[in-house]
Design a protein. Structure first.
Length: 381
């Protein structure tokens, strides 16, 4: 598309701007059947310092781009992540909530505005997209545009990668979404490996999420997660308030039958957390409103079994038990139980870092295939 003239970019200021910021993707993807509208409430909460615990250590400055007629043509947010800087001290800031029409100069104006704000925070690079952190919806979709994203996964226009590359961004990490269907699963090899692990740890037990002790269970997940992921690329420890916020959101849709803990000698050493892929329903809620649209459709889906996919969102094993096969045990338990009960016939495992060779190999051996590709991009300021 040809460049537009008279592009102005300004910080979001006031309720009207904020509503326009949230509305823009609904206009941009109005005719795209694969885009899954976010719940507007969730986007407002993500940008609200009073409701998002991210603001305890971070800051977000959203911007809107408008053309000469005042029409919104793009948006971006510059993000200061104090928890990231505390761990890495690398001067990296972030950008997120990036959307634009297919006009290169709009993207350039948006990135320039975000970069200028990050410089005022004494930062030396910008990485993204993150909305607002790696612990939230993160990554740029670069392959797999003809399929809807799974729950809590991003979707964007195909031309974004080209636009950002032209503006000096380079890929710093690739992430993958693997998809497995019961028709194509090859579990025999994994099952033999799991049997060996169980023989090695005779006190190993597996149990499902106890909803009656949900807060206690969530605290266990957080403790294992921060230990298990501490050496992973880009990992930033989740703080209790942030995780409590995430757990509260997940509690509304969690299925305790697909959340497992691994215990050895009575101590929780690993977990796997999967969620029903409610995007199968939300893709048809074009308004992005929870009440009454999404609530009614989700209620109907729960009665008809329309949500037949799951997404494995998180899995973690304490570092002391890394490379012992406990991750395979957790995956096998989830898959076999889900298939046996017949509620789910397929699932997505995402995202998987490109450097995580053991997990990629395990998924490929069980018959999972790469379904989507994501990237994290970065440029110096």
């Amino acid at each position: 598309m040809a460049p537009l003239s008279q592009i102005t970019v300004a910080p979001v200021a006031g309720t009207a701007d904020l509503k326009a910021f949230v509305q823009f993707p609904f206009d941009l993807y109005a005719d795209n059947p694969f885009w899954v509208p976010p719940l507007r409430r969730d986007v407002f909460h993500a940008l609200d310092p009073q409701k998002n615990a991210f603001f305890e250590h971070g800051n977000v400055q959203p911007f809107l781009a408008r053309d000469g007629s005042g029409r919104v043509v793009g948006r971006i947010a510059a993000i200061y992540n104090g928890a990231h800087l505390e761990k890495y001290g690398d001067g990296v800031g972030f950008f997120g909530f990036f959307e634009t029409i297919d006009a290169p100069n709009v993207a350039a104006h948006l990135v320039d505005a975000a970069a200028a704000w990050l410089r005022t925070q004494h930062l030396a690079a910008m990485r993204g997209p993150t909305n607002p952190s790696m612990n939230d919806i993160a990554g740029l979709l670069v392959d797999g545009f003809d399929r809807p994203p799974s729950i809590m996964m991003p979707y964007n226009k195909p031309y974004y990668e080209r636009m950002l590359a032209d503006l000096g961004f380079e890929r710093v990490m690739t992430m993958w979404a693997y998809f497995a269907h019961r028709k194509y699963a090859h579990l025999d090899k994994m099952r033999r490996g799991v049997d060996l692990v169980k023989k090695r740890y005779p006190s190993l037990t597996l149990r499902k999420l106890d909803m009656k002790r949900f807060d206690e269970e969530a605290a266990t997940v957080l403790d294992i997660y921060n230990d298990a992921w501490s050496d992973n690329w880009g990992h930033v420890p989740m703080r209790p308030a942030e995780f409590a916020q995430l757990a509260k959101e997940m509690k509304q849709i969690v299925d305790p039958n697909i959340v497992y803990f691994a215990e050895i000698d009575g101590e929780a050493v690993g977990f796997i957390l999967s969620l029903p892929n409610i995007n199968l329903v939300l893709k048809n809620v074009r308004s992005g409103r929870l009440f009454p649209d999404a609530a009614l459709k989700l209620l109907a889906a729960s009665k008809t079994g329309a949500i037949h996919e799951l997404r494995t969102v998180l899995m973690g094993v304490r570092k002391a038990y890394h490379n012992r096969g406990l991750d395979a045990v957790l995956m096998m338990e989830t898959i076999e139980d889900a298939l046996q009960r017949g509620e789910y016939d397929s699932g997505e495992f995402s995202w998987i870092l490109d450097v995580n060779a053991p997990m990629k190999n395990a998924l490929e051996h069980m018959g999972a295939v790469v379904d989507k590709e994501y990237a994290m991009l970065e440029k110096l300021l």
